[in-house]
Write a protein that binds this ligand. Structure first.
Ligand code: CIZ
Length: 341
């Protein structure tokens, strides 16, 4: 049974407001100094995903998407990695660098997509498909737990999905988990007919087409750039579709000042502004399904658990730490084959 692999509290989607209220104010500059000092004392390297707050990205040694960070993690010489991101990313870093101590500032930083595909449910689906006579490879988006990865043949990120899917013989069926929007988009661009899992990302699911179109009307010259985790109605109006690294490359390739309407986690604006300061970036707002009102739900509450305080605390106390689990061995084989070869 895989049930013991669930991280306690990961299903709690609320913003870490209670923590913020109970934590005494500390000057961000003092915290940054303390982190610098602790990094040296603890022989640590800080990795930060593009979806964490800009101030965390600014203190990191490496920033990037999960593909780049997984590769960066294997290149660092320090004995400790602090992974400012979410649980599945820190797990992947540990699996690819088993000899290193990997710390995650807050163990409750989970992922709605990873949660939508529990390992037992995936195993049941695979067994059912095999019983029906399907012969298939299972391809998992990197936003999955290590337990799920251990059941798969390939792991893809938004940066390498197409290339990996193209490696699988055309006559072989594919089960793609867990993001159905990304899967549907990949079916379109690769011409495959992958079987999809009904999962989605809480941030990308929620963009308001109406607000996007309104903003576009006000900025007719603007370009809409959207993450492939967005639903079809958003991708249909996008001028460019790509993961975070591809978005960076795209905006830097355009020299004349342009307004971009950005349909992904709002913290992505930070690396885009740094990479291409000549442009204007406007985050596309989300919409609350319950009331139809515009909201700030284009921020991932899990990524928001990475704060200067939680980074300082994990360096100071050496925890939470991602420790090796028995299913990491199988997950390692598939991660190495998919991301490092
Ligand atoms: O691959 C990643 O890091 C994710 C989850 C999104 C992206 O496009 O960077």
């Amino acid at each position: 049974m895989f049930t013991e692999r669930t991280v306690e509290g990961i299903e709690d989607m609320s913003l870490p407001i209670a923590d913020a209220v109970n934590t005494p104010y500390e000057d961000p500059l003092d915290l940054m100094d303390e982190i610098e000092q602790l990094k040296v004392e603890q022989d640590a390297t800080i990795l930060a995903h593009y979806y964490v707050d800009g101030e965390i990205q600014d203190i990191a040694d490496f920033t990037g998407d999960s593909l780049k960070l997984a590769r960066d993690a294997t290149q660092t010489e320090s004995s400790t990695i602090v992974f400012c991101g979410v649980h599945f990313m820190a797990e992947s870093a540990k699996i690819l660098s088993p000899e290193k101590r990997v710390l995650l500032p807050d163990l409750q930083a989970g992922c709605s997509l990873a949660e939508s595909c529990p390992p037992d449910a995936l195993r049941m689906r695979q067994e059912q498909l095999r019983a029906e006579g399907h012969e298939f490879d299972t391809v998992a988006y990197i936003n999955t737990s290590a337990a799920v990865k251990s059941l798969c043949d390939w792991i893809v990120t938004s940066g390498n999905a197409r290339e990996i899917i193209d490696r699988i013989p055309q006559d072989r069926e594919i089960l793609f988990v867990p993001d159905e929007h990304l899967g549907r988009y990949l079916n379109e661009v690769t011409g495959r007919n992958m079987m999809l899992w009904p999962g989605s990302c809480m941030v990308h699911e929620i963009f308001s087409l109406q607000d996007l179109q309104r903003t576009k009307k006000k900025n007719p010259e603007s370009q809409i750039i959207a993450h492939p985790e967005c639903p079809r109605n958003i991708l249909e109006v996008a001028d460019f579709v790509g993961g975070t690294e591809k978005m960076r490359t795209h905006v830097t390739s355009i020299t004349s000042p342009t307004t971009f309407l950005v349909a992904t986690e709002a913290n992505m604006i930070h690396p885009l502004e740094k990479a291409a300061p000549q442009h204007t970036f406007v985050p596309v707002p989300g919409i609350m399904t319950s009331t139809g009102e515009t909201c700030a739900c284009n921020r991932c509450p899990h990524m928001a658990r990475n704060t200067l305080t939680s980074v300082r605390n994990c360096l100071k106390h050496g925890k939470p730490e991602i420790t090796w689990q028995p299913w990491f061995d199988d997950a390692r084989d598939v991660l190495v084959r998919s991301l490092l070869k």
